[in-house]
Write a protein that binds this ligand. Structure first.
Ligand code: HAM
Length: 431
């Protein structure tokens, strides 16, 4: 029996890895243009961190977290998200004092034991950003500008930003009560999960995908109609600023988030063509969280994109062979054991000029090596057979012109002089 991977844990093959790298590079560029600095956070945290932030009654903590007891009895969790860790790090490292208005970003794997399907995995990667120390509407608007600019830079197709306000500690408790009151009246129409949510986490009633629950909740009260004056003013100002900045958002008064730390602004970025798991990113404001994790009373707002979903929503159509390597410009073709050493040494020197050089096997016939050069799309093949080793000069095949150049350069020639010779026989980009 073969040992296979664990359900929901997938391999990222070279084609996808290359696209992920490009997405990460594009995203990093936009984040840095907004003044965000990178932070690296641990994969393991104390379980308590997520209980106190994401919420002990949230699905993520209650049902999906990979948690276990460490050898010393501490409850440890594989991080299901990055915000809690970022806030912990911000407080623990004294950044609340040294960087009272701070913009941090991170990326890496997260773990949630959800039911795997297209775009939903048990290990997935996020690119996240957190903006600390500002509670004004301009910070929310700036964050949404950043979200829109990342989508554009990555080339996500058909995005829509759904926006809602979840109120705050002043207005949400009364709304929560009104919502569970409504839910209780419709309890007989709700699924068992929603019945359990009624008292513990009623906001999630709005989020259930079950058609019966959807119908039952269609006339439920909405947070947006129950905002207190300051929350209403904040929300209106966010909308006004987004209009001025030219960022289009869609009001979605039924959108709630799966994490409990949010207040006021909450948003989700959905992309077309992704099926059921169409949220490529999500985020919102979390003004009480820094204090809840032992820091000062400090505001925060942020978001995270799912890297797998960004890839699904931006990749070109067509087959994914999963094997494309970085474009190799030169195939080093040693024919016979005597050529192996000189070929290795020459290939190394050429790579130092920045060229991509792949070395063939000295045991293979030249014809087979040439076939491989065709397959990988090499621009030139440097042939080192017995004659070349004897004369100390290489033969180069220009693959585009299908022409051999005998004795083109000496094996001991300076590497940059060799590159110049190659440029003379045929145009090529080095990278
Ligand atoms: P989230 O909405 O739970 O928010 O996750 C953000 C994104 O991660 C989702 O929109 C989705 O693209 C991706 N994602 C989540 N779960 C999975 C999964 N099982 N498989 C594949 N992709 C997934 C957060 O995690 C918050 N920490 C965002 C945030 C930052 N809020 C404030 N700051």
């Amino acid at each position: 029996m073969n040992v296979t991977s664990i359900k929901g844990f997938r391999d990222v093959l070279p084609d996808e890895a290359a696209r992920r790298r490009a997405i990460l590079d594009a995203t990093r560029g936009v984040l840095e243009s907004y003044g965000y600095a990178e932070i690296e956070l641990p994969l393991l945290e104390k379980g308590e961190l997520f209980q106190r932030s994401v919420g002990a009654t949230s699905d993520i903590v209650e049902k999906e977290m990979y948690a276990f007891e460490d050898r010393d009895g501490t409850l440890i969790a594989l991080r299901p998200e990055g915000t809690a860790s970022a806030v912990r790090a911000y407080v623990e490292n004294g950044l609340t004092r040294s960087l009272p208005v701070g913009r941090l970003w991170y990326s890496g794997p997260m773990f949630r034991r959800e039911r795997p399907q297209k775009g939903r995995y048990r290990q997935f990667s996020q690119i996240g950003a957190e903006f600390f120390g500002r509670d004004d509407a301009a910070a929310d608007a700036e964050t949404l500008c950043l979200v829109a600019d990342i989508c554009a830079a990555v080339g996500v197709r058909g995005t829509r930003i759904d926006l809602n306000s979840l109120g705050d500690a002043a207005c949400r408790p009364a709304y929560r009560e009104a919502l569970s009151e409504y839910g209780r009246l419709h309890a007989s129409e709700l699924c068992t999960d929603c019945c359990a949510r009624l008292e513990r986490n009623p906001l999630r009633l709005l989020d259930c995908k079950n058609p019966g629950c959807k119908a039952a909740m269609s006339a439920a009260p909405l947070m947006i109609d129950h905002l207190c004056d300051p929350c209403r003013a904040h929300h209106d100002e966010v909308l006004r600023l987004l209009g001025v900045a030219g960022v289009a958002v869609t009001a979605n008064p039924r959108m709630v988030r799966g994490l409990d730390y949010y207040c006021r602004t909450a948003f989700e970025v959905v992309a077309e063509g992704l099926g059921a798991q169409d949220a490529v990113g999500g985020g919102g404001r979390y003004d009480g969280l820094v204090a809840a994790l032992g820091g000062p009373d400090m505001a925060g707002i942020g978001f995270a994109f799912g890297l797998e979903r960004l890839d699904l929503a931006s990749r070109p159509d067509g087959d994914d062979l999963g094997v494309a390597a970085a474009a190799v410009k030169i195939l080093m073709a040693p024919v016979g054991e005597a050529a192996a050493g000189p070929a290795l040494a020459l290939a190394r020197r050429l790579r130092q000029t920045g060229l991509r050089v792949e070395m063939e096997s000295p045991g293979r016939r030249l014809k087979a090596q040439m076939k491989h050069a065709d397959k990988i799309g090499a621009r030139f093949v440097v042939i080192l057979g017995d004659a070349e080793i004897a004369s100390g000069r290489a033969t180069v095949r220009d693959m585009r012109a299908q022409l051999d150049h005998a004795s083109l350069f000496g094996l001991a020639d300076d590497a940059t002089a060799i590159v110049t010779k190659l440029e003379q026989i045929g145009q090529f980009e080095q990278r």
